[in-house]
Write a protein that binds this ligand. Structure first.
Ligand code: SF4
Length: 383
């Protein structure tokens, strides 16, 4: 690849690589999940079915959630992009004469640049008046119109629950259909994100029109629907943000966060960022993998991350989103490997030819993939 972003990515990777040995271990996850569940694989399968059920009918499910949340006395705001969200939030805060809010660190908060935007609007982010709190819940619950949250401390929980104006921000994919499914999902989140056997402090919040506090939820797309059209790619939306895939990724453990230049990092970012942001600036990430499969193996909701990265590469190639040089090289390589007459040639000839497609600088440190002494076709002819 030749894009400017790819070159910056490479130089950031080189700058990030240091000599410290990799410490990749599945033990923490494996030991803990075996101590909590008698059959962790079965639980993962169940969790992926829960996520699939919501994502495959996301439109309908979100409308049911909106109806239930509104019936309970809350207000739902739909936002396509980050800009829509900031505009609607500013209007809501101005209408309620809010000059300070309490916010809490989360990945979605960082993705939306929430604290930064509030400062731009001259809204303080450490309120002491208990008027307004903005929180990202872990899951929305469709059948009850409720929100499930995990808190870092009893103090944080008190701030949110005691606020007169409660504002929840949630990406459109982080829902479950049924309140009974929260038990499995919250336990998995605890194990795979925090290495605890159960959530430290959690609550299920349902708005109540008979109190003097108001509850608003912002359902924010911010690029997620770009991935919904493809049945294969939409599996990425099952993600529950546990970060386990990052912790077992040998590439991420070597290059770190910086080269991603985004709040999404690690194997999950490799899959979704080209869709959430744009292909030109982020397509190189789908090649940022050694294909070891660690991320797929650890994922508590069975997202086939390695397959999805490969699927992305195929997608970029088929849609002609590759850089011209890479595209030509791939086309020639594909033609060569699919040619029966080429594959019937002698092994040494095929080895010599394949070297034309792979840069000599790459071959300096690696061996050319070997060809079998005889092709299947050759064996069949002999018979
Ligand atoms: S993709 Fe990664 S962050 Fe998302 S659920 Fe799977 S392991 Fe966790």
């Amino acid at each position: 690849m030749n894009t400017k972003e790819y070159k910056t990515f490479l130089s950031d990777c080189k700058a990030s690589i240091d000599e410290k040995p990799l410490t990749i271990s599945f033990d923490d996850f494996d030991d803990l999940s075996h101590s909590v569940f008698s059959n962790p694989q079965k639980i993962k399968q169940k969790a992926s079915e829960i996520r699939k059920k919501f994502i495959d009918n996301i439109d309908e499910n979100l409308l049911i959630f909106e109806r239930k949340f509104t019936e309970n006395g809350g207000k739902v705001h739909w936002c396509v992009s980050y800009d829509d969200f900031i505009d609607s939030l500013s209007v809501l805060l101005a209408k309620n004469k809010i000059k300070a809010v309490n916010t809490f660190t989360s990945r979605f908060n960082a993705e939306l640049g929430l604290d930064f935007s509030l400062k731009n609007e001259k809204i303080a982010t450490m309120a002491t008046d208990g008027k307004c709190a903005i929180l990202e819940p872990e899951f929305g619950i469709v059948n009850t119109g409720s929100l499930f949250s995990i808190f870092n401390s009893a103090f944080d929980m008190e701030i949110v629950m005691g606020s007169k104006l409660k504002i929840f921000i949630i990406p459109i994919n982080k829902f479950v259909c049924n309140i009974a499914e929260i038990d499995i999902m919250s336990t998995l989140l605890s194990i795979y994100r925090n290495q605890n056997d159960s959530p430290f402090l959690s609550s299920i919040f349902t708005p109540n029109s008979h109190t003097d506090s108001a509850s608003h939820v912002f359902l924010i797309d911010n690029g997620r629907s770009n991935i919904l059209a493809s049945k294969t790619h939409r599996k990425a939306l099952w993600c529950i943000d546990c970060d386990a895939c990052k912790r077992v990724c040998p590439v991420f453990n070597t290059i770190g966060d910086k080269p991603y230049n985004n709040v999404f990092t690690g194997p999950y970012a490799n899959v979704v960022l080209p869709f959430y942001e744009n292909f030109d600036s982020y397509k190189h990430l789908s090649f940022n993998s050694v294909g070891c499969g660690n991320c797929t193996r650890v994922c508590p909701v069975n997202i086939p991350l390695t397959d999805l990265m490969i699927e992305n590469r195929r997608f970029f190639f088929e849609k002609k989103i590759m850089d011209l040089g890479d595209e030509l090289l791939c086309s020639r390589l594909k033609k060569f490997l699919l040619s029966r007459s080429e594959m019937n040639k002698k092994t040494w000839l095929k080895r010599r030819k394949i070297k034309v497609f792979i840069k000599s600088s790459v071959l300096k440190n690696r061996i050319t993939p070997p060809f079998a002494k005889q092709s299947f076709n050759g064996l069949k002819i002999q018979k």
